[in-house]
Ligand binder design. Structure first.
Ligand code: G1P
Length: 280
């Protein structure tokens, strides 16, 4: 089967992490279910995928994440309680998401890194190109094409793996995968090197990968061969480097804003941003 010519139909959401930075809130609630205003982070991600024409959600969960499955399902009791009342509209958005998408779940049994989480999704994804959204990177392009939509369009042209990148201050390089590349078009780089969480002195540029990827399915075999890297974990950055060495990774400086909702500061910033937007 040709691996790189298919349309992107599936989006993988790694959602097995513990969310330790948000304890005690995340003791019994998955971090992906923390809300920005009234909507869980993961629902923002699912809506972004859906808006990009990607309707099949592949969610990699772990222990204690059942609330995610319940969220993307009908709650008969709730439906019954509010049907015909003035409160019914609160469910409109989530009902629409549920009817337009499919949701498949698999579990990551051990936390062995983002690369490993993505590999756990292989049985759901199969052998076709797919998107990856890290729900704690919340993106918004203020009415324009979402970050994933921009990337899906780019995939039609480049037919290879794509990572979304943004410029970061030098001192933050140890929080991200950082790339080096040659700019082929404005904001589009052919990646030549990538390093997971380098110290500022070792960073190959100031372009950091954020939680949006399009991956070609050969990545699964590469991940299987990838040795544990930074933090003793199997890193997707290291697996992508093998594709990059063959000229098969594009880094794309996306249009829009991105909030690091995995940190309390970014979470508060996103909350204020969406609150102000809702009042505008
Ligand atoms: C992961 C990736 C990293 C990427 C980041 C984006 O790191 O390993 O390369 O830059 O997501 O949010 P994490 O934030 O899970 O530590």
């Amino acid at each position: 089967m040709p691996q790189n010519t298919t349309k992107i139909k599936k989006c993988l959401f790694p959602a097995a992490g513990y969310g330790t930075r948000f304890l005690p809130a995340t003791k019994a609630i998955p971090k992906e279910m923390l809300p920005i205003l009234t909507k869980p982070l993961l629902q923002y991600g699912v809506e972004e995928a859906l808006g990009a024409g990607v309707g099949n959600m592949a969610i990699v969960t772990g222990r204690g994440k059942r609330a995610i499955e319940d969220h993307f399902d009908i709650s008969y009791e709730l439906e019954h309680q509010i049907k015909g009342t003035s409160k019914e509209h609160y469910l409109t958005e989530i009902r629409s998401v549920i009817t337009k998408c499919t949701f498949s779940y698999t579990r990551q049994i051990e936390m062995k890194g983002l690369g490993h989480a993505i590999l756990c999704g292989e049985p759901i994804i199969g052998y076709e190109p797919f998107a990856v959204i890290l729900a704690d990177d919340l993106c918004d392009n203020d009415g324009g094409d979402s970050v994933l939509s921009q990337m899906v369009k780019l995939y039609e042209k480049y037919q290879c793996s794509i990572v979304a990148v943004e410029e970061i201050p030098a001192e933050d390089s140890n929080k991200y995968g950082v790339i080096a590349g040659n700019e082929e078009e404005s904001g589009i780089f052919r990646v030549t090197d990538m390093v997971e969480k380098p110290e500022p002195k070792d960073a190959p540029s100031n372009l950091a990968i954020i939680g949006r990827y399009i991956l070609t399915p050969d990545i699964f075999d590469i991940i299987r061969e990838t040795k544990p890297g930074k933090g003793g974990e199997i890193q997707i950055t290291d697996a992508l480097l093998a594709q990059a060495k063959k000229g098969k990774v594009i880094a794309y400086k996306f249009k829009g804003k991105r909030f690091d909702c995995g940190s309390v500061d970014g979470f508060v910033e996103a909350t204020n941003y969406f609150y102000n937007k809702s009042k505008a």
